[in-house]
Design a protein around this ligand. Structure first.
Ligand SMILES: [Fe+2]
Ligand SMILES: [Fe+2]
Length: 332
């Protein structure tokens, strides 16, 4: 029913929506009211959320792969347990977010189908390979760290189900960031070889992490409207700056060097200035030409096919339980 309603709304252009209704909607947003699934909302608001929440869900799911690469090679039982728990958390985040997207009238099959066909995007950072154990530390520290910067403001997103999902997710991301930093600390304070490994991981993950906040504000097509709707609370560049400011002292504490010769403290702005970002690389990876794009999708497709029997069994079990519930008590 929801899906039908959505496709009907998709046919409408926002400009055809009643201006009265649109301004009432904006007034609710301005008053910091939460929008809930059964409330009226502009078609473009719904579409923006479906796109953002599903991209976020896909990122959580694909993000399990680079880390899964090290599960069987974690250096100790403690590290293996931590990594297993973290990867399970990410799966949970994905499911939570698919659930939030479904409240907007789109089915999970459709969303997963978009991921498998390559139509949907996910965070480009997961198209980079994990070449050493230190990469697991760097991902927790930098990638989960960047994710937290992005996601804490979403706890105040105008759309209720997304905002509420984000509260739990942020708590877990914060644990991920700490385990990553602690892994980096163990390496940075270990043997010279371990410290080199940590530095090499930082060298490779720094710029992709800085790019996680998306294109600069001047080129960001969705930003302005998303800010007005309070889906976004800070611009890409503002979030990037917060991340850089928080991370530079953390690198110093590890005695590791951020791979940016132009990194400098700016006394006037009280922020760290960074050198130019290679946006060509960013767009190349977004468009499918990163080091691991094909590998990630192929692995996801294979896992989806391999899991077909699990979905069938779960459906058969659910149908059996439902049938049992409909049997009148007297007949049992
Ligand atoms: Fe996550
Ligand atoms: Fe995480």
């Amino acid at each position: 029913m929801y899906t039908q309603a959505l496709s009907l709304e998709k046919q409408q252009n926002t400009s055809q929506e009643d201006p009265e209704r649109l301004s009432r909607f904006q007034a609710r947003i301005d008053a910091e009211e939460r929008i809930e699934p059964t409330d009226w909302m502009p078609a473009a608001y719904r579409q923006t959320l479906v796109r953002q929440i599903s991209q976020h869900a896909h990122s959580e799911i694909i993000g399990m792969q680079p880390e899964g690469n090290w599960l069987t090679r974690a250096p100790s039982l403690k590290r293996k347990l931590q990594l297993t728990a973290k990867i399970q958390d990410e799966a949970g985040h994905g499911l939570y977010l698919y659930g939030a997207a479904e409240t907007l009238g789109v089915s999970r099959e459709e969303l997963v189908g978009q991921l498998l066909s390559g139509k949907a995007k996910y965070s480009s950072i997961f198209n980079y390979p994990t070449l050493s154990w230190a990469d697991i530390g760097a991902i927790g520290w930098l990638v989960d760290g960047a994710a937290i910067m992005n996601q804490i403001p979403i706890c105040r997103c105008s759309y209720g189900p997304y905002a509420r999902a984000m509260v739990l997710i942020c708590k877990e991301e914060s644990f991920h960031q700490r385990q990553g930093y602690e892994t980096m600390m163990a390496l940075a304070r270990g043997t010279p070889e371990q410290k080199d490994m940590a530095q090499d991981a930082l060298n490779r993950w720094w710029w992709p992490s800085v790019m996680m906040f998306g294109p600069p504000d001047k080129d960001s097509v969705h930003s302005e409207q998303a800010m007005r709707w309070k889906i976004k609370r800070f611009t890409n560049d503002e979030l990037r700056q917060k991340f850089v400011d928080a991370t530079v002292p953390q690198a110093k504490y590890l005695s590791l060097e951020i791979p940016d010769p132009e990194l400098a403290w700016n006394e006037a702005t009280q922020h760290w200035d960074i050198g130019p970002i290679d946006w060509d690389e960013f767009w190349r990876v977004v468009k499918g030409d990163g080091p691991c794009n094909r590998q990630r999708l192929a692995a996801k497709r294979a896992a989806h096919e391999d899991g077909a029997w699990v979905r069938e069994a779960a459906e058969a079990f659910a149908a059996k339980r439902a049938a049992r519930r409909t049997v009148p008590i007297a007949a049992e």
